[in-house]
Design a protein around this ligand. Structure first.
Ligand code: PEP
Ligand code: MG
Length: 884
């Protein structure tokens, strides 16, 4: 097996083997760009090293050969005392893991070659000693785990002794003394002297890069980003070029477009007389890249040319690291750059307009998750709020409120009408009430799969977690010398992870205003809105899935329609039985005789009919799926405990309690140990005579009324929780009779179908299809019953542990479990369609708006997804992406 590739041997297609950096260095070399010579040791070598603790057989010989070639190209030998070749040893995995992995520069310097380097650089002693001290510092820190602060402290001390504010003011003698100091620190911590053998330096640095793959922060980062743990990193050995040779040298980073906003034009920073790590470490202030135009016009022009070439080649935003050595430009790295959600849309649209990519490719380059981010309100940062710290943006949104430090206080203050942010070191199930009461949640520990993050996402609460610089006490936290006490207002940004002191103004999302129709792309000058419009329109033109919405009110329906919904996939009628109407439902439940029951139903009928009239009107011309009542009836009765207390108190006082006692009896009668598995859905319809009939009559009468007004209603009646075809047949017979009678010659058509949300229904779909015009997958219940996970309890109770253990990567209530629940859906879709080829198939569980799940539903061949109004645009986009 070949473990080492010269830069001239690789290309960008070998990312997995050579890592991102190695593959792109090779690509730039092939393009004829000025890349320093070098070679890459493959990720496979790293995998072997990590598995066995030593280099695989043959690696050492291959390195010998490539090093010899490098030496011959450069005309210098590694660490030669007279005229040394120096190299950098850089990590580079297939996925970018910013700041996670190690790099050592100036390898090859020692007590002898530092003199040669000075001679080689025209007697620049200062430069040579500066390079040497950098090597000891980086090598000590990354290879031998010497605490970095000790080196920085020694550097600060040297500057103080000089009265210098800047390391550039240290002269050769100062730096030489600093090298001695660094060597002392090195030996003190490691117990041996700084290695003088250049080849040994190189090999130790390579091994350190290999090992850094398993450093704690790298492991955490990978888990966070779901990067597989066994890929390993490549190692790049690159001939050094020096940005610290004087004023005509320097180093910088550049972007071919603005990665923050997506605006066209060159962005970047430049630092004269410095090496790359100075830019990252912020040792001196950089200047905007444009200033290079005056500092070194020749290199600047060349850089612009290279950037244009790279963009044209990669057809995307590139980010670049470069160094200028005495007026000669060198490219040290390039890659397709990371960008914000907004920039992703803008850049994709620009590239289409510039003819660099087609519309399908633009669609591939954005995601529903990014669109969802753009639909949250944002903080208006123009007022320059003070960022206290930054954690992990775990659940998006912009929340402002008073800091509180316990769930109890959160509940208390929220009940008093205050907006609060719950701040905890980490959360656990006992914090749930506080999390519900709070606008936002902030924790010091834990990542995107911590309890706080999982629960917050489930509830749609803004959450920043893992802000590990916070020191949290019982009623305050401190960070960077500032204290925030209970009651102090803070603002947390669940998208970026930033935490601000005080109340930062919140701006509504322009993208939402655009979807709402209050802002047209023509009206606004906002290029982001224009880009979203362009890309979502293409998704609409491409997608095969219809997108409907889950809505129970005319307002929601109208809003969703503006967001692009093409009908209602789920109207939960039980939501219409709450409020004032609860009493009527209570009468229905308590009815002792058929005539009492008939009275109660007769009272409900006109109310229900009016609901449907509004709903059908809002969705005129589009299908509206109305689901017959689903949840257990006891949900409409008062709580057992409360009633029992009332009755006992009244009895004690000798007051009349007959009515309450009767109610109490009913509540007791209806009490269930597992209501989710009890008397709900179709079972209710079969047990309570007339209940479904009333609803079906209301639906059909509403449709007939609107048809009479000249409108075009398309009602679809949906029966919940069916597990056996006999259940559906029984209900269907009753429904058909009523529908036929009400519809008469009005021309209205009513479909009758069922939810598939009980595993048995999925497995007997062929039978059930005989009695159904359509199936709608209720993936909430199908997940609940497929896994046996109570959908209302498990996320807070133990899902965080499951995520931590990697039992699943994401909650199956959030994103469809393809292997298990997904298999039930496949079976049902196939067997249902085999019996009835025109069977309409949709999904109305929460998964209907989840990007990953939308792709699955497309693959399975469903006709539509239905999701909450706010997620309709996301579903449109993802349905388009699924179809290309
Ligand atoms: C479902 O179970 O997926 C569904 C849509 O119904 P509900 O959430 O109302 O149980
Ligand atoms: Mg359900």
């Amino acid at each position: 097996e070949k473990y080492v590739y010269d830069f001239s041997e690789g290309h960008r297609g070998l990312k997995e083997l050579l890592g991102g950096k190695g593959a792109n260095l090779a690509e730039m070399t092939r393009l004829g760009l000025p890349v320093p010579a070098g070679f890459t040791i493959t990720t496979r070598a790293c995998q072997a090293y990590l598995a066995t603790g030593s280099n695989p057989a043959g690696l050492a010989e291959e390195i010998d050969t490539h090093l010899a070639a490098l030496e011959s190209t450069m005309g210098r030998r590694l660490g030669d005392p007279a005229d040394p070749l120096l190299v950098s040893v850089r990590s580079g995995a297939a996925f970018s893991m910013p700041g996670m992995m190690e790099t050592v520069l100036n390898v090859g310097l020692n007590d002898a070659s530092v003199v040669g380097l000075a001679a080689q650089s025209g007697g620049n002693d200062r430069f040579a000693w500066d390079s040497y001290r950098r090597l000891i510092q980086m090598f000590g820190k990354t290879v031998c785990e010497v605490p970095g602060e000790e080196f920085s402290a020694a550097l600060d001390e040297a500057k103080n002794n000089r009265g210098a504010t800047d390391d550039l003011h240290l002269d050769a003698a100062d730096l030489r003394a600093l090298v001695d100091r660094y060597k002392y620190i090195f030996a003190k911590h490691t117990g041996y002297d700084f290695p003088q053998d250049p080849r040994e330096q190189m090999e130790l640095a390579m091994a350190a890069v290999f090992r850094s793959w398993n450093a704690e922060r790298a492991v955490l980062y990978r888990r966070q980003e779901r990067i597989p743990a066994d890929l390993g990193t490549a190692v790049n050995v690159v001939a050094m070029v020096f940005g610290n040779l004087g004023a005509d040298s320097g180093t910088g980073v550049a972007f071919t477009r603005d990665p923050a906003s997506g605006a066209q034009g060159i962005y970047g920073d430049y630092l004269a007389n410095a090496q790359g790590e100075d830019v990252v470490a912020g040792i001196r202030n950089t200047v905007p890249l444009q200033e290079l135009a005056t500092l070194d016009p020749h290199s600047y022009e060349e850089l612009l040319g290279i950037m244009a070439k790279l963009e044209g080649h990669y057809r995307d935003l590139c980010d670049i690291e470069f160094t200028i050595e005495r007026g000669k430009l060198w490219m040290l790295q390039t890659r397709v750059g990371k960008r914000t959600a907004g920039a992703a849309f803008r850049i994709a649209a620009q590239l289409v307009n510039e003819g660099m990519i087609d519309r399908d490719e633009a669609l591939r380059r954005v995601s529903g998750a990014q669109l969802a981010q753009l639909m949250f309100p944002r903080f208006d940062l123009e007022s320059g709020p003070v960022a206290l710290t930054k954690g992990i943006g775990a659940s998006p949104g912009a929340a402002v409120g008073k800091a509180v430090f316990s769930a109890a206080r959160a509940v208390e203050l929220a009940a008093a009408g205050e907006q609060v942010i719950l701040v905890r070191r980490e959360t656990n199930p006992e914090d749930l009430s506080g999390m519900i009461a709070a606008q936002g949640i902030l924790t010091a520990r834990g990542g995107k799969t911590s309890h706080a993050a999982v629960v917050a996402r489930g509830m749609g609460r803004t959450c920043v977690c893992g802000a590990d610089s916070l020191e949290i006490a019982a009623d305050r936290f401190t960070v960077a010398g500032r204290t925030v006490a209970e009651g102090d207002v803070i603002s947390v940004d669940g998208t970026t992870g930033s935490v601000y002191l005080g109340s930062v103004p919140v701006r509504p999302s322009e993208v939402v205003q655009y979807f709402e129709g209050t802002l047209t792309p023509q009206e606004t000058e906002d290029p982001l809105v224009e880009a979203v419009h362009q890309i979502v329109s293409h998704a609409d033109a491409t997608r095969q899935l219809v997108v409907r919405t889950n809505a129970d009110t005319a307002d929601d329906a109208a809003r969703a329609r503006r967001f692009g919904a093409e009908g209602i996939g789920l109207c939960r009628t039980e939501h219409m039985f709450l409020g004032d109407r609860r009493e009527l439902v209570e009468r229905l439940i308590l009815a002792a005789t058929p005539s009492e029951r008939a009275d109660a139903l007769a009272a409900l009928l006109p109310l229900q009919r009016a609901d449907f009239v509004d709903l059908f009107r809002a969705m005129d011309g589009l299908p509206v799926t109305v689901r017959l009542i689903d949840p257990p009836l006891h949900e409409f009765l008062p709580s057992l405990e409360e009633l029992a207390v009332n009755v006992a108190v009244a009895r004690e006082r000798g007051e009349d309690h007959a009515e309450d006692a009767e109610l109490l009896d009913a509540v007791r009668r209806m009490h269930e140990q597992n209501p989710m598995l009890g008397l709900r859905g179709v079972r209710l319809g079969l047990v309570i005579p007339g209940l479904f009939a009333m609803q079906v009559r209301a639906i059909t009468e509403a449709a007939v009324q609107l048809a009479g007004e000249g409108l075009d209603p398309h009602p679809e009646i949906m029966v919940p929780l069916v597990g056996a075809v006999q259940e559906l047949e029984t209900v269907r017979r009753e429904c058909e009779q009523i529908v036929a009678e009400v519809v008469a010659d009005s021309g209205v058509q009513v479909l009758i179908g069922t939810m598939i949300e009980v595993p048995r229904a999925a497995l007997t779909a062929g039978q059930i299809a005989e009695a159904a015009d359509f199936f709608s997958f209720g993936t909430n219940d199908l997940t609940q019953m497929g896994w046996g996970f109570s959908r209302d309890d498990v996320e807070g109770a133990f899902f965080w542990r499951y995520l931590e253990l990697g039992i699943f990567g994401i909650s199956p209530f959030e994103s469809i479990d393809r292997d298990g629940v997904g298999r039930l859906i496949r079976i049902a879709a196939e067997e249902g369609r085999a019996v009835r080829p025109d069977l309409k198939l949709g999904v109305c569980g929460e998964h209907g708006g989840d990007p990953e799940s939308v792709h699955f539903f497309h693959e399975v061949g469903l006709d539509y997804v239905s999701c909450s109004p706010f997620r309709v645009p996301v579903a449109r986009l993802e349905a388009g992406r699924a179809a290309i």
